[in-house]
Design a protein around this ligand. Structure first.
Ligand code: CU
Length: 128
């Protein structure tokens, strides 16, 4: 446990220094969402963002390698065990989009999935 945590911290540190400080400060839309993957679930399994939002998903596979496939946004990312992996995309359209594990990980693999909910940017037609 502790050992794995350390690896994660080290890699996260390297990733941060690699990206450089400037990007963080510009601040506008990028929202970072942390997620974990393990047999047989993503946590959280439902991710809600706003239309137009630039989404940064940082996913860490806990127990073995997994995969993250979000077809609607052409994402299929391998997740190496213990390594926080960043997946980036712009939620340019509203809707509910399924994602799933794309690396066969055992008997429950086919039910290892979740959904991305993109809320429409325009406010609802009927104010209260
Ligand atoms: Cu899996």
């Amino acid at each position: 446990m502790i050992h794995h945590r350390w690896i994660g911290v080290l890699i996260a540190g390297m990733a941060l220094s690699g990206v450089g400080a400037g990007a963080q400060e510009s601040g506008s839309a990028a929202s970072e969402i942390k997620m974990t993957a393990k047999k047989y679930e993503f946590d959280p399994s439902t991710v809600t963002v706003k239309q137009g939002q630039h989404v940064k998903l940082v996913i860490t596979a806990l127990d073995r390698d997994h995969g993250f496939e979000l077809k609607a946004f052409h994402i299929n990312q391998h997740l190496k065990k213990g390594v926080p992996t960043t997946v980036e995309f712009t939620a340019d359209r509203p809707g509910t989009f399924p994602f799933k594990c794309s690396d066969f990980c055992g008997l429950g693999h086919s039910r290892m999935k979740g959904q991305l909910v993109v809320e429409a940017a325009s406010p609802p037609a009927q104010p209260q």
